[in-house]
Design a protein. Structure first.
Length: 333
């Protein structure tokens, strides 16, 4: 197929980690023999005036590529505003909902009506978890649950690194949703081990000031460094207030590391007792107990790697390919 990839989430020089899972999925589709053109938004284009202009430019690029290459389908990511660009680009489109785009409905003015329109106009809507699919507004013609998948070659199971533990790791944007404050409080109750925080964000200064002993902040980390960070830890922690899918959790599992994950969102669909612990993200004591329990699981954890294999990027690309082929051939009914 000839596919036009349309996304407002894509790695850039300013933010090489932003939307890296979208890029990896695009590369997996190319590896399966498909031709992909890209119309993506640079992450630096933000602001009251710059953001609308950036999306107008994105629409211009998308329309130009549709005219030049006549794609069979547009494969878009993020419901609004990217879905509006997909609607106006001039070709059938399939769109993936990632989480915040659904959460924006009812909280950001006008987004609800626009989201329902995108959902109804798409040939199909992909949700990255059942949790998200149940919350999707509107009436899609077709809905499928396909997560973004994890690169099980880049993130491969490895032996435990030498040294004392338990060594806990958390990675991601240092924002309220990631719940780092409660995680650090829970870690402080353990009395042993270390916690490494990889990432930057609006709460960084506040979190650094409140951090207990044995917590190390790495700041923003290049995606290429993440495999070594997973190899160096004993347990990966992500007790977010909500996690629509949990991409970093899948990477940690693929690396053979047990996890502590929020029970709110997609992680409950794949994290089992053999590879991790699900916790109430609002309960500091539960997070602490989950960290203790996860540290008792083996490293490397074969059950974790087995879960990740079922969510490999190769499998996700195969499912996306099948869906795109069906909607372009009229096989979606």
């Amino acid at each position: 197929m000839r596919i036009l990839l349309l996304s407002n989430m894509y790695p850039s020089r300013e933010r090489p980690e932003y939307g890296v899972f979208v890029k990896r999925l695009a590369e997996a589709l190319r590896a399966r023999g498909h031709e992909l053109d890209e119309a993506v938004l640079e992450s630096g284009a933000r602001g009251r005036l710059r953001t609308p202009l950036a999306y107008l430019q994105l629409l211009g690029r998308a329309r130009r590529l549709v005219r030049q290459h006549h794609p069979d389908v547009i494969y878009a990511h993020y419901l609004v505003p990217t879905g509006l660009v997909a609607m106006a680009a001039g070709a059938p489109f399939v769109i993936t909902a990632h989480g915040q785009d659904v959460a924006n409905v009812g909280t950001v003015p006008l987004v609800g009506g626009l989201t329902r329109r995108v959902v109804s106009r798409a040939a199909a809507v992909i949700c990255v978890s059942e949790y998200l699919a149940l919350r999707l507004p509107g009436h899609p013609r077709r809905i499928e649950v396909i997560d973004c998948g994890v690169d099980t070659e880049t993130f491969a199971s490895s032996p435990r690194a030498e040294g004392e533990g338990p060594r806990y790791l958390v990675a991601g944007t240092l924002s309220e949703r990631k719940n780092l404050g409660r995680l650090m409080e829970a870690f402080g109750r353990l009395g042993s081990g270390t916690l490494t925080v990889a990432g930057a964000g609006p709460l960084e200064a506040e979190l650094r000031a409140a951090a207990p002993e044995r917590v190390t902040f790495l700041g923003r980390v290049e995606p290429s460094r993440m495999p070594e960070l997973y190899r160096a830890c004993d347990v990966y922690c992500q007790p977010s207030l909500v996690e629509p899918q949990g991409q970093a959790l899948l990477e940690a599992l693929a690396s053979g590391r047990p996890v502590v994950a929020t029970r709110v969102g997609g992680p409950a669909e794949y994290v089992t007792g053999a590879c991790g612990v699900l916790v109430d993200p609002l309960d500091v004591a539960a997070i602490a107990e989950g960290m203790r329990a996860a540290a008792e699981l083996p490293v490397p954890c074969s059950a974790a790697a087995e879960v990740a294999q079922r969510h490999s990027i190769a499998r996700s690309a195969e499912l996306v390919e099948q869906l795109l082929a069906e909607v372009t051939s009229g096989g979606d009914g």
